[in-house]
Design a protein around this ligand. Structure first.
Ligand code: KG4
Ligand code: ZN
Length: 331
């Protein structure tokens, strides 16, 4: 089945053409740079940028796949969770296009998209798997029993891990989003220079908290009376990144052990981080788990993963039709 995937839940306008849920014929991701100067996504600006970009991005995806609108057999669009105004642009466009073409349309959960990125990269990954989905909007541990059947066993009680990275990046004037910049600068710093707190490691459950480490970083800057510079900045970032990765890896291994899974996987923008991938890979091997990490391009927001979930739903004859609606909250 030839499926068009559309993703507009946050600040990326993305479209992809995928055949039979696995064959990536094209993938276009247009990141909105308009938010950089504000240090975070401005919802109104995001919706407006999606409206400007949706048609050119979809047409570029079709051209890249060498397909025409008439070739499409189904449409999959992110319908939750996310910024409601942004989601509505994708959902309205997808419904209109599906109606005009007389083909089915399904609404996809963004988190499920991040989980399906693992299936795209590792179709033979052995289940059950523990999937750490970690991005700017969410941080959760999801036990995947079968593709399409999963349960969230742990989640953040406050900030998402990427949000903590982005907020500290903003305090330091590193632009938005800051995760990749922090990773690059941290490579030149000493990760043991500052002992940032690791909250909830002994909480007895699988939940996360990142507001403590974020606040500790802010106090540290306040105490200095200025933003750290030079080697001081690199050490600060290396130590901060180390704390975030430490929390993520410790909880993921604990979740994998408790739920007796076979495989550990990751998804979401922060899963592009090399330190996290390396450390989680090492620990997983030490504890005897298999790993199935998607390529970095499939970890950050994209429409391929949405088309992959869509293909799965459409092949079960699902069709949300014109009643499809967007929801800011997780389903
Ligand atoms: O999944 P994603 O593209 O969008 C959301 O659904 O939020 O994730 C974006 C998040 C941002 O917080 C960004 O700072 C973070 O992922 N990020 C990274 C890296 N690349 C993106 N964090 C750490 N290291 C990276 N290399
Ligand atoms: Zn995401």
């Amino acid at each position: 089945m030839l499926v068009l995937g559309i993703e507009t839940s946050c600040d990326e306008t993305a479209a992809a053409v995928v055949s039979d849920g696995r064959g990536i014929l094209s993938s276009v991701v247009a990141s909105q740079i308009v938010h950089a100067e504000y240090g975070g996504v401005v919802p109104e600006l995001a919706s407006r940028a999606h409206m400007q970009m949706i048609v050119p991005v979809v047409e570029e995806a079709l051209e890249g796949a060498d397909k025409r609108y008439d070739d499409l057999e189904g449409i999959a669009v992110t319908s939750r969770p996310g910024l409601i105004g942004s989601l509505l642009v994708g959902v309205s466009f997808a419904k209109g296009l599906a109606y005009a073409l007389g083909i089915p349309v399904v609404g996809v959960d963004h988190i499920e998209g991040h989980i399906f990125a693992t299936r795209l990269s590792h179709p033979d990954a052995r289940l059950p798997a523990m999937c750490l989905t970690v991005s700017g909007g969410h941080t959760a541990l999801v036990r995947v029993d079968e593709w399409g059947a999963h349960e969230t066993v742990g989640r953040t009680r406050d900030d998402a891990a990427g949000e903590a990275l982005d907020k500290v990046g903003k305090l330091l004037g590193l632009g938005y989003p800051a995760g990749a910049t922090i990773e690059r600068l941290a490579a030149g710093g000493n990760p043991t220079a500052i002992a940032f707190p690791r909250a909830m490691l002994d909480s007895g459950d699988l939940d996360f908290s990142f507001s403590g480490v974020k606040t500790a970083a802010r106090y540290r800057i306040d105490d200095l009376g200025r933003a750290p510079v030079g080697k001081e900045l690199l050490d600060f970032l290396a130590s901060f990144q180390e704390a975030i990765v430490d929390i993520l890896v410790t909880k993921t291994i604990e979740a994998a052990e408790r739920c007796s899974v076979v495989t550990i996987s990751i998804g979401g923008g922060v899963a592009a981080n090399e330190l996290l991938r390396g450390r989680l890979g090492e620990e997983a091997a030490r504890y005897g788990f298999e790993i199935a990490f998607p390529e970095k391009e499939l970890c950050t927001d994209n429409a391929v993963m949405i088309a992959a979930v869509g293909d799965f739903m459409l092949s079960k004859d699902m069709d949300d039709g014109l009643s499809l609606d967007a929801s800011a909250r997780a389903g």
